[in-house]
Design a binder for this molecule. Structure first.
Ligand code: 1CP
Length: 340
């Protein structure tokens, strides 16, 4: 598989490409299946339909990897938290986690309840062309915890930051519980057929440098190393978003570092390119305009070269109103410009 070879810096015929959040609302075919499922969570819990939307971007865009269709919030959901996805508002946890008793009340083994995810993976693997990879994923403990403590998405992270600075023992108790669940969950995804795994730390940038390492990165590395010890042939991708200023501190045993669009690729290459394969980092909004797409792609390829050490991706997720045609164009362009 081109994508897996690239994760290990092996020679490949071209630079592989996939797009974060490549399944979703910008695809009319996705909207149709979601309608059939009823709502977003029902779609996640329906292996047949979740497998169908996982495969759509491979068929429609020609990307080199599929990413499991699910959400990072199924972990708190299966830890017993009530979760609603409200129109325009995003995810809502009506009863956030705020006390040690709340942490104790969370079910310890959500991975046992996430059987619909493993079923989806098995169905996808049966249908996915043999040269394409399937990426499993989880949120980072920190990013998942932001939703659990804030009760939903947040702009200021006021509630969780209060905990970081005034009750660090609460934070670590929560992060340890979530991290243990993620380890078991990712192992089960791999055992069901996932060829690689990615950990999304979408809200890394909410933390100042020292606190980022203490409350987020240390846990991500612990999970990565747990997986690498057991499954060394499975690539682990870590994506902490918005931490260009902290690259000097990045450490640990994993394979691919996800570069967000706010981190100049030159800088990531200089600081990390020798130690990790880099994935990224086109600003997703460039896809609104074809010329801007081409300019952005050329610039990244100029920095990374048409050679080993790079996996092309966006620097964050696809937005719901991006034109599908431009996403197709992006995938073709990356393949054409990097063919060796
Ligand atoms: O259909 C819909 O309207 C629901 C929209 C949607 C989709 C398509 C949500 C709700 N989640 C997803 C799928 C999803 N989420 C995938 C698989 C699809 C793919 O990548 O092709 C993945 C990997 C995620 C991961 C995810 N969920 C992240 C990390 C990545 C990122 O974008 O930063 C986060 C932060 C979430 C939380 C989440 N899920 C959904 C929403 C609206 C949100 C909130 C985002 C926010 O707080 O701003």
């Amino acid at each position: 598989m081109v994508f897996i070879d690239a994760c290990f810096r092996k020679k490949t015929p071209y630079t592989p490409v996939w797009l974060m959040r490549q399944a979703g609302r910008y695809l009319p075919q996705y909207m149709k299946v979601r309608e059939k499922a009823g709502d977003f969570l029902s779609l996640c819990k329906n292996p047949e339909l979740a497998a169908e939307v996982t495969l759509q971007p491979v068929e429609i865009l020609g990307v080199d990897a599929a990413i499991l269709f699910s959400d990072i919030l199924v972990i708190p959901l299966e830890m017993g938290m009530e979760l609603r996805f409200e129109k325009g508002e995003g995810p809502v946890f009506p009863k956030p986690v705020r006390t040690m008793e709340d942490i104790d009340a969370l079910y310890e083994f959500p991975e046992e309840r996430l059987t619909y995810v493993y079923e989806t993976i098995k169905l996808v693997k049966k249908r996915l062309p043999k040269d394409k990879a399937l990426i499993g994923f989880a949120g980072s403990p920190w990013t998942i915890a932001t939703y659990m403590v804030e009760g939903g998405g947040s702009k200021s992270y006021a509630a969780i930051k209060k905990k970081v600075y005034s009750e660090p023992e609460f934070m670590h108790a929560l992060l340890i519980k979530v991290a243990e669940a993620i380890k078991a969950y990712l192992i089960k995804q791999i055992e069901s057929g996932a060829d690689a795994v990615q950990i999304f730390d979408s809200w890394a940038s909410a933390l100042e440098k020292d606190k980022f390492f203490e409350f987020s990165w240390d846990y991500m590395v612990e999970i990565a190393e747990f997986i690498k010890e057991r499954y060394p042939h499975v690539p682990v991708i870590l994506f902490p978003k918005g931490i260009a200023g902290y690259l000097d501190g990045i450490y640990g045993k994993f394979d691919v570092f996800g570069v967000d669009w706010g981190t100049p690729m030159e800088l990531a290459k200089e600081k990390l390119g020798d130690r990790y394969v880099l994935q990224g980092n086109l600003e997703p909004a460039r896809l609104y305009n074809r010329d801007e797409t081409r300019v952005g792609v050329e610039k990244i390829i100029e920095v990374m070269g048409a050679k080993e050490g790079h996996i092309f991706n966006l620097g964050h997720g696809m937005m719901p109103d991006l034109p599908v045609e431009n996403a197709k164009y992006l995938v073709e362009l990356v393949h054409d410009l990097t063919r060796r």
